[in-house]
Design a protein around this ligand. Structure first.
Ligand code: SF4
Length: 188
């Protein structure tokens, strides 16, 4: 048994493994890429495209009920969605995101599906408010669809009746995160 300068016993393993970083594991292999091209940044093209996509989301401008007022105010100057690269767009043919803001009555089911189908891929959908999420105050009403996800796929749900603009902003930030993660996790 050996003793160090503070009169403490040194464990036997430390002495046997001296000079080999015992208990810490071996060094990872050198990156050949970093040796050939030092300071170069590498990324999958999918991830680079996703950075561009998430920072230039164009939302289709249409509203169904009271939640639409909150959506409009989220786009207005006080909350200023432009700083995230988000603008409203009047045509589905160039839009990336559909924000379903309001009560989805059965009469509107077909027009919503048509607008969704007119949007080019890749596209995303946000269900804003409890009506678009699950029927909200009109739960089990004869005239209301119990959530827009019965018609089209939804990526983000924003709770509230109505959700405040900050809640919609947070939902959009979550969608941006999802776009980034989907690209990272996609099989090559
Ligand atoms: S969730 Fe509330 S505020 Fe939004 S559309 Fe439905 S009733 Fe109106």
């Amino acid at each position: 048994m050996e003793i160090n300068e503070n009169s403490q016993f040194i464990p036997q393993e430390k002495i046997l493994g001296q000079g080999y970083k015992a208990g810490e594991g071996n060094n990872p292999a050198d990156s050949v890429f970093n040796k050939v091209l030092p300071n170069a940044l590498t990324a999958k093209s999918d991830e680079l495209f996703s950075l561009a996509r998430k920072s230039s989301l164009w939302t289709l401008s249409f509203g169904l009920a009271c939640c639409a007022i909150e959506m409009i105010s989220t786009h207005a100057s006080h909350h200023d969605l432009d700083r995230f690269g988000i603008v409203t767009w009047p045509s589905p043919r160039q839009a990336d995101v559909m924000i379903v803001a309001g009560t989805v009555v059965k009469k509107m089911a077909d027009p919503i599906k048509l607008l969704y189908e007119q949007m080019p891929d890749p596209k995303w959908v946000i269900a804003m408010g409890s009506c678009a999420t699950n029927g909200g105050p009109y739960y089990k009403s004869y005239s209301v669809v119990m959530g827009v996800d019965h018609l089209i796929p939804v990526d983000v749900y924003v709770p509230g009746c109505p959700p405040r603009p900050e809640a919609l902003q947070y939902g959009i930030l979550q969608l941006q995160e999802k776009i980034k993660l989907d690209a990272r996790n996609r099989d090559v």
